[in-house]
Ligand binder design. Sequence first.
Ligand code: HEM
Ligand code: HEM
Length: 199
Amino acid sequence: MNTPNNVSRQAPVSPPAPARRLEGERFVLPARILHWLMAILILAMLYVGAGMVSTVSARYPELLAWHRPLGIAVLILALIRLGVRVTHRPPPLPSDLHPVQAAGAKASHYLLYALMIAMPLIGWAMQSAGGYPVIMWKGFELPPILPHDIVVYGQLRRAHGLLGYAFFLLILGHMAAGLMHAWVRRDGVFESMAGGGDS
Ligand code: HEM
Ligand code: HEM
């Protein structure tokens, strides 16, 4: 009988493992600390913001009193982070990542940076145009950055709300991509942002 011996002895063919980001190629420690600290802060800001506008109770001013200074903290941290980013080259993406995926990652990171800076600035400008003080803590408030104008206030309020939800969607997509790298591709991209150590 003619048995296909040569076929049965062959090792099973598995697809090539994805290329890994090189061992030790990571974002610098300040970039990693800022990334996770800001992730917590921004998610908290989105939830506080959404909770705030959906209540008519006395919790509105209480939540707003947290929302304003935390939002300004995000602005300051985002500017520091941008400084770290332009002075420290990020690790290159794995060489086998599809060009469309690589371009998507780059574009979404630009957008995340833009929103981290635009959201607090729009919040501050909206409060200024509405004639409301931006109280950081008792006895200290920021100066207005726009003159009082109720029409502009309305437009900025709408923009702050719409961009807030666009920000949330973008973060969800970004988290999904991060987890895809960690659990599906296992290509070292997640570790480059998550790993400890001082390199
Ligand atoms: C509010 C939430 C978040 C924001 C605003 C954010 C923002 C960013 C930005 C702007 C970058 C690009 C870093 C740079 O090039 O300087 C980045 C990278 C990264 N983030 Fe996030 N992130 C958030 C949450 C998360 C979460 C929850 C995860 C985990 C799944 C995650 C995983 C990653 C990974 C793995 C990278 C490296 C990607 C690469 O090297 O291309 N991020 N993040
Ligand atoms: C990262 C920064 C920020 C994020 C992610 C954020 C997010 C949000 C979100 C999601 C809402 C709910 C919008 C809606 O459903 O209409 C909101 C409302 C609001 N935010 Fe922010 N915000 C930020 C910074 C700021 C800052 C710095 C200020 C002021 C200095 C501010 C002032 C307000 C005010 C007054 C509202 C309530 C508007 C209303 O009553 O319709 N936000 N924010």
